[in-house]
Design a protein around this ligand. Structure first.
Ligand SMILES: [Zn+2]
Length: 94
């Protein structure tokens, strides 16, 4: 059964571009939308990949975490979709 993703609202800064993000949507099922320590986050502004720490602030992934994240097939597909969306948005602004 497909369910609509639920969003959570709280502010965190992207450690890549500094943009404050207010809304977070989980990529899993409806039960997995509240981030936990160690969860991966992708910034819709710069597409930077971050990791939630114990206080739910975002930090840069370690090299080991970056390798593990890059090896997740669904993450590769997510990044492809986000890059395609960003490219489409940029083309529409021309
Ligand atoms: Zn960012």
């Amino acid at each position: 059964m497909v369910t609509e993703p639920k969003s959570n609202e709280f502010d965190v800064d992207c450690p890549h571009c500094g943009r404050v993000r207010e809304v977070h949507t989980g990529a899993g099922d409806a039960q997995g939308t509240t981030p936990s320590s160690g969860d991966v986050s992708v910034c819709f502004n710069c597409l930077g990949t971050s990791v939630f720490d114990d206080t739910l602030k975002l930090r840069l992934p370690t090299q080991q975490e970056a390798k593990e994240i890059a090896a997740i097939p669904s993450f590769t597909e997510l990044m492809f979709q986000l890059i395609s969306l960003k490219t489409k948005q940029m083309d529409e602004r021309k």
